[in-house]
Each structure stands twice: as C-alpha cells, then as structure tokens.
Design a protein around this ligand. Structure first.
Ligand code: 13P
Ligand code: SF4
Length: 342
C-alpha cells in the first residue's frame, strides 16, 4: 500500500498513524531538516491530516495562518492547506517563495464566484461595500473592499457604517450568521456554499443531538445545519447555553476550557485532531463522520516532502492583482480576535 492509500484511511481525524508506514520519525526528521536548510516555515490548516498538523511549525485557522504568513521571518512558506490560503500568503508576503504541496487543492466554495460575476453584481449595487470571505480567488479579492474569515466576519461587517449596503460573498450560511449577529437588513448575500459543510445537514444534527442529549454542540457557521441548530435552541430541543456557533479557531479556544463530557462537532473532521489534543478529558465526536474535504486531504505526507525537496508547486499571483487584493486582505488581518493558531 502506498503512503497516499494509507493516509486516505486517516480522514477521520482520530490521529492514529497508519500501521504500515512505520517510519514516521524519519519522515518528520526529514521535513524539519529540509525546512531548516531551505529557511522555510511549514503552516498547516486545522483540516489537514493529523500527521501533517503534527509536523508543521504552526497549525491554525485561516485568519491565524494569514497573520503568521504576513509576519513570518523565513524566506519560504510551505502552505499545507488549499490554494486560496497559499495565494493569500503570497499576497501578504510577495517577496517570499510560497509553496503548496499540490496546486490542484482547490475549494468548492471559492469556485462559486468569479471576478466577472462579482463585477456584474457590484454594478447592480453601486456604492455597496464588498465583504469577501477569504475562501475566494485572488481575482475576486482584488474586486473586494475587505476580506474576512469565519473568525472575524461579524467584526468585519460591523466595521462598515450601518447605513451602507454590504455585498457579502460567497457563503450563504455564513452570511445568514452575520445577518443574525449584526441585526443588519442591508446585507445582500451570494448563494455559494461549501459542499462539505452544506453536507452536514439538519437531519445529521437532529440525530446526533437526540442520541446524546447532554452533549455540547460546536457548529461552524458555514454548515447547512447552523440555522437549524439555532432553531432547535429556540424551540427548546437543545439548550442554548450548550450550542456554540464557532469558527475553527474559536472552537479550539472553547475546547481548552471545556468541562463537558462530550462535544458534538459540526465541521470538517480534521478539526477533531486539534480539539482532542487541546482537551483530552472531553470526548469530541463528529456530527457527520463523512464530512471530509477532499481538497484539504490532497496534501499528503509524500507530497509535503516532495514540495520541500523540489520547491514545488510555487504559488504565483499577478502583481497587479496582488496589489489590488492586498488592501482587502490587510484589513481582514487587522480585525478580530488574536488567537486561532498555535
Ligand atoms: P476557518 O476560517 O475556520 O479556518 O475555515 C476555513 C475553511 O475553509 C472552512 O471550510
Ligand atoms: Fe473549501 Fe469547504 Fe474544503 Fe473549506 S472545507 S476548503 S470551504 S471545500
């Protein structure tokens, strides 16, 4: 069995090592040695395979990793995540070499809107402020006023004067969360969704909650079930104090101080690895164990080491696009909670 076949069996985020790849220690040593020799820092998103999270210099949510990319002293960044994240790192650090172990690691949510579509939408709403989730291409960011992540989406929208229209893109579930939190009615949303989070359905949530009546609930705002989670709290199906709508970084903050026996987690399953490490006393279980992002899982241990050895795949953003996108990304980095990574 190849490494790729074996890591594919570890998509559940339980942190166990493939029994047929015994030499993880020398793999880790080589990653660290190559990174040191090449003056590289390895950044990994919370949804990466457990082995990749464990070897990285920093693990975090997309906001924390953007901040780390902006302040990194190393001359090379190896981004174990999806393409828009590595592109954001390049926009923030244009003079560094930014690598992604597989440039085909895309994002179904980012693919729901193009720069042309955004230009047409803006033309329908002259004067509106464009707030773009970081899960977008560099070309879309270049057409936006300010970016946000799930960690700071509410604060970013609150930074816009209340009487100004907002075009919020591309995730409709995150937009619904932002509308609820800010109480603003002048937010227009794009109808995009992430196939992984949209796939965590209200039915999955109801089944999990009814099977475990005293468990706490962590729900990522991109989830198809986030609206029904809040509905279930209003009709008394689940207590409001046990239901938390959180970005991945905020889930970790919550987990560190949790005294819950069990927490049901509605997000991509790679998150479970960090949650279990942060608090071994709590039993963290997925609401939908099939919620695995195949783009995130395209970054395998084999590809990570090849990326460092061969300095591939290099991420490039056209300088004029990067220059236009940078202001929106820098505004995002400046707003919101400082945590989200280790
Ligand atoms: P975070 O912003 O919580 O890191 O999430 C990124 C993402 O891709 C969600 O699917
Ligand atoms: Fe994109 Fe969804 Fe994968 Fe996140 S989980 S990278 S939003 S496809």
């Amino acid at each position: 069995m190849t490494i790729i076949e074996s890591v594919n069996r570890y998509d559940t985020g339980d942190g166990a090592l493939p029994p047929d790849f015994a030499d993880w220690t020398s793999w880790q040593r080589e990653v660290h040695e190559l990174a040191r020799r090449k003056d590289a820092v390895v950044l990994a998103h919370n949804y990466q395979l457990p082995q990749i999270q464990d070897v990285a210099d920093h693990v975090g949510d997309s906001l924390a990793l953007s901040r780390l990319a902006a302040s990194a002293e190393a001359s090379m960044i190896v981004f174990a995540g999806v393409h828009f994240m590595a592109e954001t790192a390049k926009i923030l650090s244009p003079d560094k070499k930014v690598l992604i172990p597989d440039a085909r690691a895309g994002c179904s949510l980012a693919d729901t809107i193009t720069a042309d579509q955004l230009r047409a939408w803006k033309a329908e709403h002259p004067g509106a402020v464009v707030v773009a989730y970081v899960n977008t291409t560099a070309e879309v960011k270049a057409e936006s006023d300010i970016c946000c992540t799930s960690s700071n989406a509410v604060e970013v929208v609150e930074s816009v004067p209340a009487d100004q229209e907002v075009l919020f893109l591309p995730d409709m579930f995150l937009a619904a969360h932002v509308k609820r939190k800010t109480g603003r009615s002048n937010i227009h949303n794009w109808m995009g969704e992430c196939h992984v989070h949209a796939g965590i359905s209200p039915q999955d949530l109801e089944a999990a909650v009814h099977a475990d009546t005293d468990a706490e609930l962590y729900v990522h705002p991109e989830c198809g079930c986030s609206t029904s989670a809040l509905w279930m709290t209003t009709v008394g199906d689940i207590p409001a104090e046990r239901t938390h709508i959180l970005s991945t970084g905020a889930m970790l903050d919550e987990a560190r101080s949790s005294t819950a026996r069990k927490v049901l987690v509605a997000t991509e399953v790679g998150m479970l690895h960090q949650l279990r490490r942060a608090n071994p006393g709590t039993d963290f279980q997925p609401v939908n164990p099939q919620a695995s992002c195949r783009f995130m899982k395209m970054i395998t241990p084999e590809k990570l080491i090849n990326s460092l050895r061969n300095e591939t795949d290099e991420v490039r953003v056209a300088p004029d696009v990067a220059d236009r996108a940078r202001q929106a990304v820098e505004r995002m980095v400046a707003i919101g909670r400082p945590g989200g990574g280790e």
